[in-house]
Design a protein around this ligand. Structure first.
Ligand code: 13P
Length: 250
């Protein structure tokens, strides 16, 4: 890894009650003293404030898993950036492949969400990644370029380096099939080159994470790569011992 500060983020997806969220934090915190990485937990909306309270004074930051780009209005079922800040969140996951595939999240919506998160002081963790079929027909670079170009299109050059991008190949999510460190590094390096084409400084500064079946057993190999600045962890982040082991590998 480079001098960029690694990010290790736990994406709980639609898992854990409020009580379970609190238990997780109580089990995690004593296991992750003096860590160099930025540790982020992304609970479901209803457990956001519980995780904020349970991790207060520590080094863990809290992120939401989605956000609307409008500040308020008639958008049933949605939450705004200001609402997330109000609940104590400091970051937000945007464009996760499950939201793209299952809930119709579009590149156009993401082109609005990423800058709105930044403008409101939330760290955007912007997800991109190709499907198995796209990889097989050698379309990975084209898909990543389309997603990255769209998501960053309205981010001013001066702020590009503040975005966190998570490369999550869809075929590696929840499948136990991890991208090899070489495959992950190639894709992260390609994403960095896309950012560098707009701003060399931003390309150097931007943190690019890998996600997809990251576990304690493969974390060190992935995180040891120059182009990989951290991990977005799904399944293994539900267990405080496993997540702590991944944090300590960074
Ligand atoms: P898994 O770690 O369960 O493969 O999930 C990855 C992911 O989607 C994180 O956002």
């Amino acid at each position: 890894m480079s001098e960029r500060r690694p990010v290790i983020a736990a994406n709980w997806k639609m898992n854990k009650s409020i009580e379970e969220a609190e238990e997780f934090c109580n089990a995690l915190l004593p296991r992750i003293c003096d860590v160099g990485a930025q540790v982020v937990i992304c609970p479901p909306f209803l457990a956001l404030n519980t995780v904020v309270e349970a991790t207060k004074g520590g080094e863990v930051e809290v992120a939401a898993q989605n956000m609307h780009f409008e500040p308020d209005g008639a958008f049933t079922g949605e939450v705004s950036a200001a609402m997330l800040l109000d609940a104590g969140a400091l970051a937000v996951v945007l464009g996760h492949s499950e939201r793209r595939q299952l809930f119709g999240e579009t590149d156009e919506a993401l082109s609005r969400k990423v800058p709105v998160a930044l403008e409101n002081g939330l760290l955007p963790i912007f997800c991109v990644g190709e499907s198995e079929e796209e990889r097989e027909r050698d379309d990975t670079d084209r898909v990543l370029r389309r997603q990255v170009d769209a998501g960053l299109s309205r981010v001013p050059e001066a702020r590009l380096g503040e975005v966190v991008i998570a490369y999550e190949p869809i075929w590696a999510i929840g499948t136990g099939k991890t991208a090899t460190p070489e495959e992950a590094e190639d894709a992260c390096g390609f994403i960095r080159s896309l950012v560098s084409a707009r701003s060399e400084a931003a390309g150097q500064a931007i943190r690019i994470l890998y996600g997809g079946s990251v576990k304690p057993a493969n974390a060190a190999d992935l995180l040891g790569r120059e182009e990989i600045d951290g991990a977005l962890v799904g399944g293994a982040s539900l267990d405080p011992g496993d997540f702590a082991a991944i944090v300590m590998a960074a």
